[in-house]
Design a protein around this ligand. Structure first.
Ligand code: FAD
Ligand code: NAD
Length: 468
């Protein structure tokens, strides 16, 4: 049955990603009438097919690595540690399933109207929802938030449409652990899966179009990541453009031809060449929302779209594609919907690439500081100098920070090494507080922690006090 009269609500959320679900729960709990439409992933991309399952598996890869190196720590294990695929899948599914269940409950407790179905716009601030149960209904919001995220992009590679390949979603079904895994794309997803599957025991070949992995990073850091992955058994092919792909037979090898004529042969191919916004089926014209030339929803620095009272947040709004960025969008939207005036301008979004060991980043790289014409100094240490790393026999990596030579403020940091993602927050807070680097250098940080390495890092710039 199609109900033609739209249900009127204070807030309509289209797509239940991090920003949308947080806002829906928050406003419903505050007494607003709220409807949230989610196509199929209760809790959104991060929980179901992105951060949470991948980091659960990174945890497994690290447990395996620790077990392999247990003898270094004076521990003897019986037999060669190995992956048990069914148990690996159970581990991942229990983490994901637990979080999905918790979200179902949180949605219900908040009092929102949670609808599993696909929404498309049919008029100003109005969607028609084809619900999972077969019914159709129309909903109009006083305010509307679009939070439909992104989905894996497939490059226009001859043969790709006819070849069974994996994306970051299908690989997570863990149907098998391929002996030989090809990965196309050496960005966040490509590097994380390459490290993880190499540690699980696959022979991985990572094919990257540009001449370095993670092109947004400094070349010295990217080169060290290449070395780390190579030591883990990954064959890294940079400046390698693929020209076609095909399978030998239905279940045969996948063959990836490169521009130099060489042909790579694998059991599976993971395509990790970026993500595209989920906007094409939304019929955004009907609500007066325009998109950028890359298909993202056009927003201003308050996350307002081109239509009155229609907002967008998270990946689909074209900002940095991280869950914590989307969560920060929620805070901005909540403020702007409740009479405050908050923008995205100047916000600092860090990130961590969960290879093993991990790379954590905030602010400017050295390359970006140079390009911006900044007068800067670089602090740099090897992780091997940090006492905590010695106690763990985990001394791989380099820490770098860029500081303003005139003001002593920290402009950015690249921390590659054990638990770097836990340490970057300290640097970020110093940056938010506009502290001179000497404040961290001279702070008594607890020993022996990885954070203590920040004393050593900034010590490399000398012992002079900050002169305001
Ligand atoms: C493999 C992988 C690993 C990642 N790891 C990390 C990480 O470690 N840390 C990190 O910060 N980020 C990570 N990311 C990025 C992170 O997952 C995204 O930035 C984040 O999930 C984006 O959230 P969002 O709020 O934009 O919306 P999403 O969580 O993408 O939610 C959008 C929702 O909208 C729904 N939807 C779409 N169209 C419709 C429609 N027409 N009607 C109804 N519903 C609709 C979708 O089903 C989806 O649930 C990773 C991404 C991938 C792919
Ligand atoms: N730890 C994290 O926070 C995390 C983890 C995974 C993903 N993500 C998010 O997901 C987004 C998407 O990740 P991604 O790795 O798919 O995208 P990406 O843009 O980071 O990397 C894709 C890489 O593939 C290369 N490439 C594109 N087409 C190619 C081709 N035909 N042949 C060879 N190389 C090609 C690109 O040059 C690029 O370096 C990221 O922007 C990131 O924000 C975050």
């Amino acid at each position: 049955m199609v109900r033609r009269d739209p249900d009127e609500v204070d807030l309509l959320v289209v797509g239940g990603g991090k920003a949308g679900k947080s806002l829906a729960m928050d406003r419903a709990a505050a007494g607003w009438s709220v409807a949230m439409v989610e196509r199929d992933k209760i809790g959104g991309t991060c929980i179901n097919v992105a951060c949470i399952p991948t980091k659960s598996l990174v945890g497994s890869a690290r447990t395996l690595t620790d077990a392999r190196h247990a003898d270094l720590m004076g521990i003897e294990l019986g037999g060669e540690p190995r992956v048990v695929l069914a148990a690996l899948r159970r581990h991942k599914e229990s983490v994901v399933g637990g979080m999905v269940q918790a979200h179902r409950q949180l949605f219900a407790d908040s009092g929102m109207d949670f609808i599993l179905g696909t929404a498309r716009f049919v008029g100003p601030r109005t969607v028609e929802v084809a619900a999972e149960d077969g019914s159709t209904r129309r909903i109009r919001g006083r305010d509307v938030v679009i939070n439909t995220g992104t989905t894996p992009a497939l490059p226009p590679l001859p043969g790709i449409e006819d070849t069974e390949i994996w994306t970051s979603e299908s690989i997570l079904r863990l149907e098998r652990l391929p002996e030989r895994l090809l990965i196309l794309g050496g960005g966040y997803i490509g590097c994380e899966f390459a490290s993880m599957f190499a540690l699980f025991g696959s022979r991985v070949t990572l094919v990257q179009g540009p001449d370095q992995l993670l092109p947004q990073e400094d070349p010295d850091i990217a080169a060290e990541i290449t070395e780390i992955l190579t030591r883990q058994g990954v064959e890294v092919r940079t400046a390698a453009r693929a020209t076609s792909v095909r399978r030998e037979s239905d279940h045969g090898s996948v063959l990836l031809t490169l521009v130099d004529g060489s042909v790579l042969d694998g059991d599976e191919l993971l395509v990790a060449t970026g993500r595209v916004p989920v906007t094409t089926e939304l019929e955004l014209d009907a609500t007066g929302v325009t998109v950028t030339d890359r298909g993202f929803v056009s927003v201003d620095d308050h996350l307002r779209t081109t239509a009155e009272h229609v907002w967008a947040a998270g990946d689909v709004a074209g900002g940095p594609q991280f869950t914590h960025a989307s969560w920060n969008d929620f805070r901005i939207l909540r403020a702007n919907l409740t009479g405050q005036d908050v923008s995205t301008e100047g916000r600092l979004i860090p990130y961590t690439v969960f290879i093993t060991p991990e790379l954590a980043r905030v602010g400017l790289t050295e390359t970006q500081a140079r390009a911006a014409g900044r007068n800067f100094r670089v602090a740099k240490i090897g992780v091997a100098a940090i006492p905590r790393a010695k106690t763990l026999h985990d001394k791989t990596g380099t820490w770098k920070a860029v500081v303003d030579a005139d003001t002593d403020e920290i402009l950015g940091a690249s921390l590659l090494g054990h638990d770097a993602g836990e340490v970057i927050g300290t640097v970020q807070l110093a940056m938010i507080g506009r502290l001179p680097y000497q404040t961290i250098r001279d702070a008594a940080l607890s020993h022996p922690t990885m954070s203590e390495g920040l004393n050593l890092l900034f010590d490399t710039l000398g012992s002079e006090p900050h002169r305001p």
